[in-house]
Design a protein around this ligand. Structure first.
Ligand code: 5GP
Length: 181
């Protein structure tokens, strides 16, 4: 496939992504046999990752969706998280796996973990498709399952957007800075 003109370089190709997702699915299937986990997708970015991940999980599992606003159309996390859409599932006693597209500061997830703990989940783990390597400070949460590490740049594709564009790119790439600055 031709590289989109707004993309500087590809970080994770379609083949890389397939390998990552099948490894994560195998790890989760091994750890959650007989636990019927609930995979909680953080919309919108994680919807494509979750769709692939669910098909790579071989044990019974369920899915539900939450939407939070963090970035808007900018590129820096504000630390302020607002629930835009809540879960429909009662998670009391459930084993919850939060599926995240990209972990940056971790502020969004640290808020969500606290919230879901308060609702009585039996356990909460995080599967992050990608983790941004940030220099100088640690993320607010440590994911239990990590797909790939990406450099500290603004990336799009495979569900990740800039101003609602580029989610449909089948790879993860670095957006050219002139597009957002
Ligand atoms: P955090 O709260 O960990 O700083 O931010 C997490 C959320 O910010 C992600 O779920 C994603 O929506 C957004 N985000 C963080 N880094 C990037 C990035 O490089 N590209 C895109 N498109 N979104 C990002």
């Amino acid at each position: 496939m031709d590289l989109h003109p707004d993309i500087e370089r590809v970080l994770l190709s379609e083949d890389d992504i397939k390998g990552i997702v099948s490894r994560l699915g195998a790890e989760i299937s091994r750890d959650y046999a007989d636990k019927n986990p609930l995979v909680v997708t953080v919309l919108r970015g994680a919807f494509i990752f979750t769709a692939d991940l669910m098909r790579a999980i071989t044990v019974p599992c369920a899915v539900d969706f939450m939407a939070v606003s963090s970035y808007g159309s900018g590129v820096k996390s504000s630390g302020v998280v607002r629930i835009v859409k809540d879960l429909d599932t009662n998670i009391e006693g459930r084993h919850v796996i939060i599926a995240e597209d990209i972990l940056d500061s971790g502020l969004t997830l640290s808020y969500l973990v606290g919230l879901l703990k308060g609702r009585g989940a039996a356990s909460i783990r995080i599967v992050a498709f990608s983790v941004k390597d940030i220099e100088g400070h640690a993320a607010a949460v440590v994911p239990n399952y990590v797909g790939a590490h990406v450099p500290d740049a603004f990336v799009v594709g495979y569900g990740l957007d800039f101003a609602e564009r580029y989610r449909n790119l089948p790879y993860v790439g670095v957006l050219k800075p002139e597009v957002y600055s």
